[in-house]
Write a protein that binds this ligand. Structure first.
Ligand code: OAD
Length: 244
């Protein structure tokens, strides 16, 4: 893949870069993207129908079990070349912010430091009522474990449809997007707000927007550069072309 010389030159001298990632970045680690079909037991459900407060109220055990299944899937995977390329980029750019919609924690596992987790983290569990975090809970075979303090039901510390994003993470993400010189959108379908609007905020403030994705998205026609393919293949080539 050939990268335009002006993009490589900009990457080599930029002092402020923001990257936003989505489920596509973890696909090569073996995790399913959000909008991929479910498998096995979960094939009959749409993820959107499981990731909501209403769903949890309706059937807490179903939702708890779905997240337990996903938590186990995440435990068994490792970061891929795309995650590590982003660590390399962070080491070379003075101000680098990684905004992720992923709840899998793979960016931090790879070594990324300045990471904003917009949608939470699937490994953290908290009380649905009093917000107390916990790392241990009792047997969950029959029912959803309860908070040891208030007896509320435990739930994953992720953002569900209709819920607000963590305010500090969102504010930092908006500020980074509005002030960066280069904005990379990687492995995200760009259809979920407010994350999707960050690329547009960056573009409106004059940043150069680069998209790396397996397929076209609503952002493609607005981006300055678009590369179609796997992030685990394209990102290491970008690093090699600029700093190799
Ligand atoms: P999606 O599943 O919507 O989109 C993943 C994108 O990655 C798609 O456009 C794929 O074409 C692309 N893709 C797949 N494999 C790839 C690869 N190896 N390299 C590059 N691109 C690849 O996932 P997200 O955009 O992350 O939020 O979804 C955003 C949010 O929607 C999620 O965080 C989740 C969901 O609602 C919440 O649960 C709050």
């Amino acid at each position: 893949m050939n990268f335009p010389a002006d993009l490589l030159s900009l990457l080599g001298r930029t002092s402020k870069l923001v990257a936003i990632t989505g489920a596509g970045v973890s696909q090569e680690s073996g995790l399913r993207t959000f909008r991929d079909a479910q498998t096995g037991l979960w094939a009959q459900y749409k993820p959107e129908d499981l990731a909501s407060p209403e769903a949890f109220r309706r059937d807490p055990k179903l939702i708890w079990d779905w997240y337990a299944w996903r938590r186990e899937a995440v435990k068994g995977v490792r970061p891929n070349a795309g995650h590590y390329a982003l660590v390399d980029i962070e080491a070379r750019i003075p101000e680098f912010t990684l905004i992720t919609q992923n709840v899998d924690g793979l960016h931090r596992m790879a070594g990324s430091k300045n990471v904003l987790e917009l949608h939470g983290n699937i490994q953290r569990v908290r009380c649905a009522e009093c917000y107390t975090f916990t790392e241990t809970w009792g047997d969950d075979t029959e029912s959803v474990p309860q908070c040891s303090i208030c007896s509320g039901l435990l739930r994953p510390d992720v953002v569900w449809f209709g819920e607000a994003l963590p305010r500090d993470q969102l504010e930092a993400a908006v500020e980074a997007a509005r002030t960066c010189e280069l904005f990379f959108s990687i492995g995200t379908s760009g259809v979920v707000q407010p994350a999707a609007s960050l690329a547009h905020a960056a573009r409106n403030r004059g940043a150069v927007v680069v998209e790396i994705n397996a397929e076209p998205t609503p952002l493609s026609s607005k981006a300055n550069y678009v590369f179609h393919g796997k992030s685990g293949e394209i990102l290491p080539r970008v690093v090699e072309a600029v700093w190799g």
